[in-house]
Write a protein that binds this ligand. Sequence first.
Ligand SMILES: [Cu+2]
Length: 160
Amino acid sequence: MKINLSSLIGLLAVSVPLFAADASNIKVEDAWAWASPPTVTNGAAYMTLVNTGKETDRLVGASGEVAGIVELHTHLMEGGMMKMRPLEAIEVSPGEATVLRPSGLHIMLIGLKKPLAAGETFPLRLHFEKAGEIWVEVTVHKMDYKGGGEHKHHSDRRAQ
Ligand SMILES: [Cu+2]
């Protein structure tokens, strides 16, 4: 029957992007966020992006149900103050890890639907120029979480 044949072709067509995602050159490691106090309505997600391919890729956006608005941000010094700036894209070059971390690059979560609770996880969808969409599960840590050496040198030493 002709109908069966065309639906088979339809299935083949949708399987192509799935295969492309499997062959992705982008690996996302250690996706995390600080837990948010109940009165705080914004948060940020951090992670390490690794490009196992040969060409530079770009993270061009992120989305998720966790917050009303999800943006790519960086921190810049401006007039002696650390300020956040939205970015159009974050470049992910091969051969080096692109680390999103406090006081640096981050995925800004504006208007959290509910506070981020320690121990929970939430999904984020990352949009890459070449690798396409990648879902990551972000783990929420307590605020006093001491990460690796990467987290040591930021300037905002929190009072106990
Ligand atoms: Cu921000």
